[in-house]
Design a binder for this molecule. Structure first.
Ligand SMILES: C[S@@+](CC[C@H](N)C(=O)[O-])C[C@H]1O[C@@H](n2cnc3c(N)ncnc32)[C@H](O)[C@@H]1O
Length: 263
C-alpha cells in the first residue's frame, strides 16, 4: 500500500474518509474492521492489522480516537500521575518503558509528565516507523522486539536503562501481548517501580480465556504487585457505537515475576 507523503512529526490536517460496516452482530474487537479511502481506492482494514493502519498517517488517531472515542492513553496517563503525586514521586526521576508503544500516543502523554528517560518497544517495525514519523521527539529510544526472545545486546541495553516504570496500554490479550512478554517487561523494572496498564474487563473475569485473570490475581495475591488503584472505564466504542469497558490498573512492583507464574 502506498503511504501518504507527509513531513516527519506532522500529521495530515485533512481527514481520511472512513466507513464503518453496517451494524454487525457481536463482532469481537479483534474481528472489527472498516473501509478507508486511500489514494482513491477503498481498502478494507481490520482493526488489529496495526501494520496497515500505522502505514497511513493519521488513520490510527482518526479511527480509534476521533471516531471510536478511545480514552485509554489519557486515562492511564492521568491515573499514573495521580498515583505518583500521592506517592510523592518526582517525575524527573521516572525511567519509563512503554510496552506495545504503537505510534506513540501513550508516549506523548508520558512525555508531558516529564520523565528522565522514555523508551518504546513494539513487536512490529511499522509501529516504530510511525512513531518516529509522527512523534519524533517523544521517545529517547524505540525498539522493535519480542521481549520473550531478546537479542543479548538489546537485553543489555534495556537492563542498563534502569527502568522504574512500566506502561502498557491497549495491548494486552487477544493476539497482542501475552503474559510471558508482559512478564519479561515487568522484570526489567526495578523493585518499588511503578506499573501502569489496562486490560479489557472480560480478561479479568471468570470468563477469561487470555490467561490474564489468573496471572494478575496471582501477582497481587503473592505479593509481586501491590495494586494501588483499579478503575473500570469506557476504553472506546465498538463499530456499533456500544461501549467497550477496560480496567486501568496502577501498582508498585515488589519483586520479579517468577517463571512458574507462566506455567
Ligand atoms: C492497540 S495498539 C496500542 C498502541 C498504544 N499503546 C496506544 O495505546 O495507542 C497495540 C500495540 O501492541 C503491539 N503488540 C502486540 N503484540 C506485542 C508484543 N508481543 N510485544 C510488543 N508489542 C506488541 C502492537 O503491534 C500494537 O502496536
Amino acid at each position: 500500500m502506498a503511504s501518504h507523503d507527509f513531513p516527519a512529526g506532522k500529521l495530515p490536517e485533512t481527514s481520511l474518509e472512513i466507513r464503518l460496516p453496517q451494524r454487525s452482530d457481536q463482532v469481537d474487537q479483534d474481528a472489527e474492521h472498516c473501509s478507508v479511502l486511500v489514494n482513491g481506492v477503498w481498502q478494507d482494514i481490520r482493526f488489529h492489522d496495526y501494520a496497515r493502519i500505522y502505514r497511513i498517517p493519521g488513520l490510527y488517531e482518526q479511527l480509534f480516537h476521533d471516531v471510536l472515542d478511545c480514552q485509554s492513553p489519557d486515562v492511564i496517563g492521568k491515573v499514573l500521575k495521580e498515583e505518583l503525586q500521592t506517592g510523592g514521586y518526582e517525575p524527573e526521576s521516572l525511567r519509563v518503558l512503554d510496552l506495545g508503544a504503537g505510534n506513540g500516543l501513550v508516549g506523548e502523554q508520558l512525555r508531558r509528565v516529564g520523565p528522565a528517560h522514555l523508551v518504546g518497544v513494539d513487536i512490529i517495525p511499522e509501529a516504530r516507523e510511525a512513531a518516529l514519523r509522527d512523534r519524533p521527539d517523544v521517545y529517547d529510544a524505540y525498539h522493535v522486539a519480542d521481549l520473550t526472545n531478546l537479542p543479548a545486546d538489546l537485553l543489555g541495553e534495556l537492563t542498563r536503562a534502569r527502568f522504574n516504570t512500566l506502561c502498557c496500554v491497549a495491548a494486552l490479550g487477544y493476539a497482542d501481548i501475552p503474559p510471558a512478554a508482559f512478564s519479561a517487561a515487568f522484570n526489567l523494572i526495578s523493585d518499588r517501580g511503578w506499573i501502569a496498564f489496562n486490560i479489557k474487563d472480560r480478561f479479568l473475569s471468570d470468563e477469561d480465556t487470555s490467561g490474564f485473570a489468573t496471572f494478575i490475581r496471582r501477582l497481587r495475591d503473592e505479593g509481586v504487585l501491590e495494586l494501588l488503584s483499579s478503575s473500570r472505564y469506557r476504553h472506546r466504542r465498538n463499530v456499533n457505537g456500544e461501549p467497550l469497558y477496560y480496567v486501568a490498573l496502577v501498582g508498585r512492583k515488589h519483586r520479579d515475576i517468577p517463571a512458574e507464574f507462566l506455567d
